[in-house]
Design a protein around this ligand. Sequence first.
Ligand SMILES: *Cc1c(COP(=O)(O)O)cnc(C)c1O
Length: 348
Amino acid sequence: MRGARDVRALVERGLVSADDAPALEAVVERYALLVSDYYLSLIDPADPACPIRKQALPDAAELVVAPEERSDPIGDAAHAPTPLLVHRYPDRALLFPTFRCPMYCRYCFRKVAINGEPIRLRQALDASLDYLRAHPAIAEVILSGGDPLMLSDDRLGELLGRLRAIPSVRRVRIHTRFPVTLPMRVDASLASLLAAHRPLFLVTHFNHPRELTPASALALRTLVDAGVTVLNQTVLLAGVNDDASVLAALFTGLLEHQVRPYYLHHPDLTVGTGHFRVSLDRGLSIARALRGRLTGLAWPTYVIDIPGGGGKVPVDSDFVRRGDRPGHWILRSPLGGEHLYVDPAHRD
Ligand SMILES: *Cc1c(COP(=O)(O)O)cnc(C)c1O
């Protein structure tokens, strides 16, 4: 997994011009760069608007911070009983076994947490498992991060075993981008380890049909053949996939691999990600263009995470309604309360 870790490596590969390098080095000082050789190989070097490039390579626009943008856009910190746990909903909690990834996605909503102070993982993990034992209403643990498959099979197996030993934890979900960014990680021994811990749901993160390569198809088949249920979440990203036919190709392409689209996420108000943002109007018009055109199996729920920690709500539902001014929306939280959401200046 050598990959590219600095701007020089991108210049050497002809993906970035030497003239652009100094501006990008300033970006990478704030938000780490890491892209696997595999994912780099998917970039079309002749296309400056390549959707793979946009997700993986730094952009000077990341240093622009709009007033509504936050370092903790969905309010994880307000619901974090330990540095590795987020408990927002009564029945489920997120657990971060690592803050590292095989690739740092440029639009990541945890990009500030991921680039923050290192945490003493072992100690915090023990405290997190104690919390789960003390809160038996938590029936589902969602491993996220960071990418949980950064753990070796041995460490992952140990963690899954410790979770299973808590009687109230009935199922585990793993949120991972490895099948997209470094599919070779997913081999038969990982798949059988995961299958041994069923009920276990693996949620991948494909954003563009060009990510459905033979290597990622093999990773998905390895999981599915072992008996792991695989779902996918996509983030709606300007210039990457904010287009009904791109999303249609992605969602039906996933079904070809026995993967069910689960969520389409409206982009969060994360610092330095304004260049990826799409308005709610645009998202809804894409969703409506796909409604009726795609089998229901292919269509995920389009959700927005209420800024500050109100939780996720379906956009096309009465949780989301227009305010009294253009671009103003009222988001009603399932946890109680309402939130005014103002669409930031957008591209369309
Ligand atoms: C997104 C999220 C979940 C999972 O929500 P589902 O709607 O069940 O997929 C759980 N906890 C937190 C804190 C979340 O942000």
